[in-house]
Write a protein that binds this ligand. Structure first.
Ligand code: SF4
Ligand code: SF4
Length: 244
């Protein structure tokens, strides 16, 4: 690990600098009604297990009882999932969406559903999303509603993180290349929330970026069906999850 890597005490300031809501609309209220059990998908271990950097975990462990190390009680699955934790990170689990402490959300909670998109030439140009959640995550179907301050904070935090932990840039560079490969096979353009504030489609084959109207980006799953209905207001959960 890089000698400039974060220490546990750095995470108070890092979290404070990445605290803007992802949208003016509480997205957890939008997706939770579509999940059996009523939890937002990204707060439900059946759908996503958060990770934390080792120093981040130490900070959380010292300051809150919200988190514990993830353990799978179902036999056999534990080791294979734990082995997938990226180097220098641990899998963690919180006490659930009803007990969320916004101030102590992990970096992965704050970033979800986005990751820093890195071009072939290694440039961090903006945010794209974890495509495997496109049918569940309301934000992915409503990219035009992502808050500008959230986007700016995301970019600032990852600029600083890549400066101090250059190996993380390589992790996301590899992940971005995987997305290009997959989307190219599917003849899909990669959506990008550019760091300049605009919305773009990237042609995965050649990296060409075209500016687009974000309201015209596709919707997926239940959100696509709801948008096509004459009265598309969605039912909100009776339990209001923490603002994401
Ligand atoms: S980020 Fe997506 S999955 Fe998470 S609460 Fe918001 S809409 Fe739901
Ligand atoms: S946002 Fe809150 S409830 Fe959801 S996974 Fe993170 S800490 Fe847990």
């Amino acid at each position: 690990m890089c000698k400039n890597a974060y220490t546990p005490s750095d995470f108070a300031a890092l979290y404070a600098s990445f605290d803007a809501p992802i949208s003016a609309i509480n997205c957890g209220e939008r997706c939770a009604p579509h999940n059996e059990g009523g939890a937002p998908f990204c707060c439900d271990l059946r759908h996503a297990v958060p990770t934390a950097y080792q120093a981040e975990w130490e900070y959380l462990e010292q300051h809150t009882d919200l988190w514990h190390l993830w353990q799978d009680r179902s036999s056999g699955k534990s080791s294979s999932l734990a082995e997938q934790a990226p180097e220098g990170q641990v899998l963690i689990a919180c006490r659930g969406h009803r007990a969320c402490q916004r101030k102590f959300r992990s970096l992965t909670c704050r970033a979800f559903p986005f990751f820093p998109y890195i071009t072939v030439s290694g440039e961090f140009v903006g945010l794209s999303y974890y495509w495997e959640y496109q049918d569940r995550c309301w934000v992915i179907s409503n990219l035009h509603l992502v808050d500008a301050t959230y986007r700016t904070q995301f970019v600032t935090v990852y600029d600083a993180l890549f400066e101090r932990m250059p190996e993380e840039r390589e992790v996301f560079r590899y992940f971005s290349s995987q997305m290009r490969r997959l989307f190219s096979r599917k003849h899909r353009a990669i959506p990008l929330l550019h760091r300049n504030g605009g919305y773009y489609r990237i042609t995965p084959r050649n990296g060409r970026q075209r500016r687009i109207d974000p309201a015209k980006l596709p919707k997926f799953g239940d959100y696509q069906i709801a948008a096509e209905m004459p009265f598309s207001d969605e039912i909100l959960s009776s339990v209001s999850p923490e603002q994401h």
